[in-house]
Ligand binder design. Sequence first.
Ligand code: BTN
Length: 250
Amino acid sequence: MTDDLRGAAQHFPDPYRLLIRESVASTNDELQQLGNKGAEDGLVLLALHQSAGRGRRGATWFSSTDDALAFSVLLRPTEPKALWSRLALATGLAVAEAAESFGCNAGIKWPNDVWIDGRKVAGILVEAGHDFVVIGIGINVNTSTFPEEIQHLATSLHLANGRPMLRSEVLSAIIQRLAVRRQQINHEFGELLDAVRQRCVLSGHQVSMRTAQGSLTGIIDRIGDGGELRLQTASGIQSLIQADEIRILD
Ligand code: BTN
């Protein structure tokens, strides 16, 4: 079977559509520009080659050109802006569910890294514009070798389930799940949260992390009802809406 990335859009639900660029620095940057020019909800921008992919906290995102997917989705949510940050959870869940549909046992490392077998398979970068959100997704599909500095941290769908996959099928599976989960950031947030909690790889573990209040260690209680991470520390429960460099210690 050929990997027809353009054909993936045939399996997108309405109103999602696909724009493929040969090479861009960052699909998030490119799509933000299109968003500022009025691009409509559901535009997916995929780069065959991404030369300066960005991760969270200004990190560089590595994606192997022929084996990975690097794309961004423009959404114009109708929900109140205060709820848009929940799209990070919705997207992590959508990617995990897509991975599961290919036989992988995926977990979510709050807020939205997708893990398989303790290694990262996908990263998500959500950035809000004035009246839109750009969701960048990088997922290792058939990647089998990684740069040395991340090879002990990264995996791919192919490494996890032992068979090569069509990137076009992975792309359409993610968009299909995102189309469902993005609609649950308001009234059905409880349902979204339950599905995220079931896949949370941090719950019950002793962790260290960097937060706005400094470094913290403790045991992850659970994801709270607003989507925040609840950390049991020596001085009580801390509710965190942002945390970086979360490391599992046990
Ligand atoms: C992370 O885990 O730190 C987030 C990584 C996000 C990478 C994707 S690849 C497509 C999109 N374009 C970017 O520049 N970044 C995101």
